[in-house]
Structure formats: C-alpha cells, structure tokens
Design a protein around this ligand. Structure first.
Ligand code: FES
Length: 64
C-alpha cells in the first residue's frame, strides 16, 4: 500500500517507523522521507497515494 509516491514509501515502512516513534510525524518523515518532496501525501485527500501519511500513521497506531 503506497503512502508516499515521490519516495515510494509503503504502509509497512510507516508502520515500522510508528513502532519506533509513535505518532511523531516529524520523526516518521525524517526516518522514511515520506512527505518530503511534493508534500501531497501530507494531505488526507492526496490522490497520488493509496493512504496519505496522516491516515497511515493513524492506521498503524491502531494496529500496533
Ligand atoms: S507523494 Fe509524498 S512527497 Fe510527494
């Protein structure tokens, strides 16, 4: 499941980062580079990705 198109970041990568950093979006961005190029995936309604970063973090927190 794609979370950031620019940097090809998947949900599994976000989940691993959330396991380390919790809901700290800045730390997750630093670790995965998600959301650091066009920033579309920082918006919940971004159409370039399957699951935008804020929603992916939320889902990961629920699953962990
Ligand atoms: S889609 Fe994530 S920075 Fe462009």
């Amino acid at each position: 499941m794609l979370v950031c198109d620019c940097n090809e970041v998947t949900f599994d990568m976000i989940k691993a980062a959330v396991a380390k950093h919790g809901g700290n979006i800045d730390a997750i961005k630093d670790e995965t580079s998600a959301g650091t190029v066009c920033e579309c995936c920082l918006e919940e309604d971004c159409e370039k990705v399957d699951l935008a970063l804020p929603l992916a973090v939320k889902k990961a927190l629920e699953e962990l």
